[in-house]
Design a protein around this ligand. Structure first.
Ligand SMILES: N[C@@H](CCC(=O)N[C@@H](CS)C(=O)NCC(=O)O)C(=O)O
Length: 215
């Protein structure tokens, strides 16, 4: 089964797609990539809730990014993306939960979208929305800073926690206000300074341009 074709459907500027791409890169999984913009009007994709990414492996289809990275880690050879230690493994799940439940919306959909993405694409942006996202930032960054300071994960040993957190922090820190706020959390800032140079992180960094393919 692990020799079957692997196809990732995603959107080039999607942080969740980048999570999956980082996991695939870390495991060294050869795969095809299909572009699908879930925000395009009338977009019909393979995800029943209209999101990306979706992974196919032969006849097996999986969506929800945490399930995708779990599957990629278990189904393919390559370096393990989960710690063996029970506490460290629990922290990985906690980081993914923080990112999904409390981080994605303010850091990405409020700050990054309205302070970076919309400006580059010439789409309407809301400074109120940026302010709302920034107001939520210290709570999220503080929780993650505490995890990195503890040393179980986000400490140099690359795990699914890093896969899930990298795209969110990359997007947030691409806004000047986000980069400034990240500097207030030294543990997390040091983690980001280290991890951003990693090959899987560099090769999945898609530059944002004003030409956004639709479809
Ligand atoms: N719970 C989903 C979230 C994925 C998600 O929100 N993806 C965004 C792109 S980063 C998306 O497809 N958004 C489309 C929309 O909100 O309509 C997962 O973990 O995969």
């Amino acid at each position: 089964m692990s020799g079957a074709a692997v196809v990732l459907t995603g959107f080039r500027h999607s942080v969740y797609t980048r999570v999956a791409r980082i996991a695939l890169a870390e495991k060294g999984v050869d795969h095809e990539y299909e572009e699908h913009d879930p925000f395009a009007p009338g977009a019909q994709g393979p995800h029943p809730f209209g999101r990306v990414p979706v992974l196919r492996h032969g006849d097996f289809t999986i969506y929800e990014t945490a399930a995708i990275t779990d599957y990629v880690d278990r189904a393919f050879d390559g370096p393990a993306l989960m710690p063996v230690d029970a506490m460290a493994a629990a922290r990985v799940g906690q980081v993914i939960g923080i990112v999904d439940a409390y981080g994605y919306w303010p850091l990405v959909r409020q700050v990054y979208s309205h302070a970076v993405f919309c400006l580059v694409l010439g789409e309407p942006a809301s400074s109120e929305t940026v302010a709302e996202g920034l107001a939520a930032g210290p709570g999220v960054l503080g929780a993650l800073d505490a995890v990195s300071a503890e040393g179980l994960v986000l400490n140099g040993g690359f795990t699914r926690a890093d896969c899930h957190l990298v795209p969110m922090i990359a997007a947030f820190a691409s806004a000047p206000q986000g980069a400034a706020m990240l500097g207030d959390f030294p543990g997390l800032a040091a983690w980001w300074a280290m991890v951003r140079a990693r090959p899987s992180v560099v090769e999945t960094d898609v530059p944002l341009t004003s030409e956004l393919p639709r479809g």
